[in-house]
Design a binder for this molecule. Structure first.
Ligand code: NZQ
Ligand code: ZN
Length: 380
């Protein structure tokens, strides 16, 4: 196990009716701005719950943070935040609204162009922010990351700032999610855990078994949620799995991969494919191409998570990769580039971008432009 420092300061407030606690969680003298996505919260009663909880208070509202939040929109919110001297932000929505709000929180405190912060990759001087999560997937409600897009140039990059002060997670607010978003959220959760697990063996028994617990949970609940997405206990397990999958709890002292995500971000930036679906396409390809390098961990996953106990090593690995792709397909997602009309042009562009930025992703630092292209070709 490697040395590590672990600290996660976000207060999780979990369960039915918890949005009502907002007033006691937000400082009473805060100059508050509440941020939203495209309006789903007005249809499912979440907006009303927020308004009811904050009755008697004043706040600014900012609407229209898109899926894959754009710098173009976020700059507008930053300008309003500066003008109104906002000193507390509440994001109400999915990962995109939360991520966008993390950049707003940094941008309010920054004098230059907020895109510079994204290119810099990190900025810790921010206005405090909190969240009401409506979509389990990204873990953004309990981590310091954000992923920001620039539509004009079709770019998408990760940016790190501060953790939310608190996050309210009420599984009931997820009942209104469209099926495709549920599928993408399950895939995202699954691959987050994989990015921290599917590396090499024997680094930490604790991390391995926590990660395997989350992977098994996601695989177990996925078909049940498909039949009954308004089941409180299932959605509670989904929500908690998503949060625990990317809040640092399965990353202590172990190497991480993240190459699937980096390639996936390019597919979203270039073709607007939903984040979770890009992972369903790339991750099986990552396993196919790096099966030798990841052999020990694929075998461990096959045995402990998938229960594959028979066959030669090669047969077990083949079966594990096949079942992983089948799992994504069972969610209703595509797993091949050709199904999305993506071909050689895109592969070459991603190779060019990775080479230009000197990419060296993955636990071994060997996923460069060339290897990324090989992985993508195996996903045709
Ligand atoms: O915008 P509204 O109208 O709210 O609708 C959203 C949006 O259209 C809708 N939605 C959200 N909650 C709903 C709902 N519809 C009905 N009922 C509800 N309860 O769902 C759509 C997608 O929302 P979005 O926030 O884009 O989804 P998600 O949470 O999957 O976030 C995706 C973004 O997060 C980034 C991704 O790259 C992508 O940009 N990620 C952030 C990470 C992080 N901060 O740590 C890590 C992840 O790997 C990921 O990269
Ligand atoms: Zn993700």
């Amino acid at each position: 196990m490697k040395n590590f420092v672990f600290q996660n300061p976000t207060r999780l407030v979990f369960g039915r009716g918890q949005i009502a606690k907002l007033a006691s969680l937000i400082p009473s003298d805060a100059r508050l701005m509440i941020t939203f996505g495209g309006g789903s919260v007005k249809k499912n009663g979440v907006y009303e719950q927020v308004v009811e909880a904050l009755k008697g208070r004043e706040w600014e509202e900012f609407w229209g943070i898109e899926p894959n939040p754009s710098i173009e929109t976020l700059k507008k919110a930053i300008a309003i935040g500066k003008e109104k001297k906002i000193d507390f932000l509440l994001a109400v929505g999915g990962g995109s609204t939360i991520d966008g709000t993390k950049l707003i929180a940094a941008g309010i405190k920054y004098d230059g162009d907020a895109w510079e912060l994204v290119k810099r990759g990190a900025y810790k001087d921010t206005v405090p922010l909190a969240t009401v999560l409506t979509l389990p997937a990204t873990g953004s409600e309990m981590n310091s990351g954000a992923v920001i897009s620039r539509y004009e140039t079709r770019e998408k990059y990760a940016f790190y700032s501060r953790y939310p002060v608190f996050s309210i997670l009420d599984p009931e607010v997820t009942y209104s999610l469209p099926e495709h978003q549920v599928a993408c959220g399950l895939a995202d959760t699954f691959v987050h855990v994989m990015e921290q697990y599917m590396t090499t063996t024997s680094q930490s028994r604790v991390m391995d078994r926590w990660a395997e617990g989350l992977l098994s949970t996601v695989m177990e609940i996925a078909p049940l949620i498909k039949q009954d997405k308004c089941n409180y206990d299932l959605m509670a397990d989904f929500m908690l799995s998503a949060t625990m999958g990317l809040n640092g709890y399965v990353a202590m002292g172990v190497t991480e991969d993240w190459a699937t995500h980096m390639i996936g971000h390019e597919l979203t930036a270039l073709h607007r494919i939903t984040h979770g679906e890009t992972l369903a396409i790339v991750f099986p390809g990552m396993l196919r191409v790096l099966r030798e390098q990841k052999k020990g961990k694929i075998l461990q996953y096959a045995h402990r998570v998938l229960g594959i106990n028979e066959g030669s090593e090669n047969e077990v690995i083949d079966e594990a990769i096949r079942r992983t792709e089948d799992f994504f397909r069972s969610l209703g997602l595509t797993t091949r580039l050709s199904e999305n009309n993506i071909g050689e042009d895109t592969i070459c562009e991603i190779e060019r971008r990775f080479t230009e930025r000197g990419a060296a992703y993955g636990e071994a630092g060997n996923v460069d432009g060339k290897l990324a292209a090989k992985i993508l070709r195996s996903c045709m």
